[in-house]
Design a binder for this molecule. Structure first.
Ligand code: SF4
Length: 333
């Protein structure tokens, strides 16, 4: 990684975004800076994970979203399973997943997901899905079945789910999923509210925030997590506002990563945010009280999810211990 001194002239221009009179030069679109480049996936571990996903006929967001971390994650047998098929009913401007009319829900998918977790010996698994606005429950019951199958087959595996917003059916969907007891409930806000009409037109920012609040109201012990992409044209103060909104919904873990344009048809990258700027955003988020923050150019919702979950649990335990000590000290006075 470059030192900040060696950064190109345009790097970190978001820092100047609110400075009157300064018009920073923009980089040529899509030329990735050094800190984004990743190694091609070639390891034996990668091939094994790929074979297993094919054999079990499972989709992964790693492949469907063309994730830059696939070489690293799959080498360590860490993949994010994408349930409910590989066709999404929405067409977000940032997402590489196919759009159209999805096929019927596969009743064997929960069992196959559990088999994959067992074969890979996973301590922590991340499950996500496409949007299924065509289903009466938005696909919530399939999340429940996957959680139940995992609890039966690999009871020691901790479960993180990353769900859609269940538009129009959020309350019953969240209630059913929380009752199944995932360890972490993630729902991404994806970007700042001003950019929703162009970047996430089928969704509503405040509906997503309400979903995160709803999870905590059902079970305050479920860890909640949410993230945004940077580089879509958001301003620094807008990102700070999203952090405040997440904290007011009692979100425990915030992720921030660089948006990358999957194909020329998708939303353009407006800025490659520097690692230093990611670090600064991370520090601000920590100061705002999140239990855990991941903020680097290559951060994705599920990147290093297992390690981060362990750290988040430890952070909560330390927080509770501190609160208990404070209460005990108060009683002594
Ligand atoms: S970061 Fe997440 S989506 Fe990307 S390869 Fe790793 S597990 Fe898959």
């Amino acid at each position: 990684m470059r030192s900040s001194k060696a950064l190109p002239k345009w790097a970190g221009m978001n820092d100047l975004a609110n400075t009157p009179g300064k018009t920073p030069e923009r980089p040529p679109r899509q030329r990735k800076p050094d800190w984004i480049r990743v190694r091609a996936p070639v390891s034996e571990g990668y091939q094994e994970t790929r074979r297993m996903m094919r054999e079990l006929n499972l989709n992964t967001v790693c492949e469907e979203a063309a994730c830059p971390n696939i070489g690293e994650c799959w080498s360590k047998k860490h993949a994010t399973v994408m349930i409910l098929g590989d066709v999404c009913t929405r067409a977000c401007a940032f997402c590489n997943v196919k759009t159209g009319m999805p096929r019927a829900v596969d009743p064997m998918e929960p069992e196959r997901t559990a088999i994959a977790a067992a074969k890979m010996g996973l301590e922590h698994i991340v499950i996500t899905s496409v949007d299924r606005d065509d289903l009466p429950d938005g696909g919530a019951s399939q999340f429940v079945k996957v959680i139940e199958a995992l609890r039966r087959t690999t009871p020691d595996t901790t479960i993180e789910i990353l769900t859609p917003d269940f538009r129009g059916k959020m309350r019953p969907a969240v209630e059913a999923i929380c009752a199944a007891g995932p360890d972490v409930y993630n729902h991404n806000l994806e970007t700042v509210p001003r950019l929703y009409p162009t970047i996430r037109p089928g969704a509503r920012y405040y509906a997503s925030l309400r979903l995160l609040e709803e999870v905590k109201s059902h079970d305050p012990m479920i860890f909640t997590k949410s993230g945004i992409m940077l580089g879509l044209g958001e301003q620094r103060l807008e990102v700070h506002q999203v952090m405040d909104d997440m904290r007011s919904a009692d979100v425990d873990f915030m992720t921030m990563g660089q948006y990358l344009q999957p194909t020329p048809k998708h939303a353009a990258v407006e800025e490659f945010v520097t690692p230093k700027a990611f670090g600064a955003y991370g520090s601000i988020a920590r100061a705002k009280g999140f239990l855990q923050v991941a903020s680097t150019p290559l951060t994705r919702s599920s990147y290093h999810a297992g390690e981060d979950f362990a750290e988040m649990k430890a952070a909560r335990a330390a927080k509770f211990a501190k609160q208990a000590k404070r209460q005990a000290d108060t009683l002594k006075i």
